[in-house]
Design a protein around this ligand. Sequence first.
Ligand SMILES: [Zn+2]
Length: 223
Amino acid sequence: MKQAISFSTGYNSSVTLNLDVPKTCIHCHKDVGFIAKSSTSYNSQTDESVAATFLCPSCEQYSVYEYIKVNTRYKTAELVNYSYTKNVTTNLPNNIEKVSADFVKIYNQSQTAEAYNLMDICGVAYRKAAEFLIKDYAIRKFPEDEETIKKDALGQIISKKLDAFPKIQNLAKATAWLGNDETHYVRKHTDKDLADLKAFLLAAATFIAADYDADEALNFINK
Ligand SMILES: [Zn+2]
């Protein structure tokens, strides 16, 4: 929605710009007709951007928007898209998404929960990510057993299906133990914490991604 908003350009002079105003209030998340309340001044020599404050008619809270590339001739400027969510970057090994896209999705959500300090639930979330990674890896190795792998308890899959890959098996077991601690009332392994759970999970993901790459190399040289 466009609104005409004036910006002072000096003593007794101003410029009115025709600006895009966001529809949704950042506080109450309702689609509101914002009321423009005030604006910065604009000096074409020094100012690269302008800003205006708006009042939400629903929750009566203020928000501020910034505009760049002010063009006084065409009365335009470009809205800066402010993001109010934390930027969470994950560094998972390459190709792990080819083994388990769900793992990547859940791991990213777990990291977001952790970034927001939701410490009582992010451990449970990492535990869920681990289950998808390990089960999807087992399904990749034993596609004929897909249905039972999906249904069986994680511990069973780790002991029955990962025998041939002892390092991954150990990491998966350690991840599952610490992950279970995150979900239960009483913690069994008090000498380890979330950082250890994440370290074991990432190490397991790294081995699994490397195993995927090794399978790809084998397919290539067998061609
Ligand atoms: Zn509001």
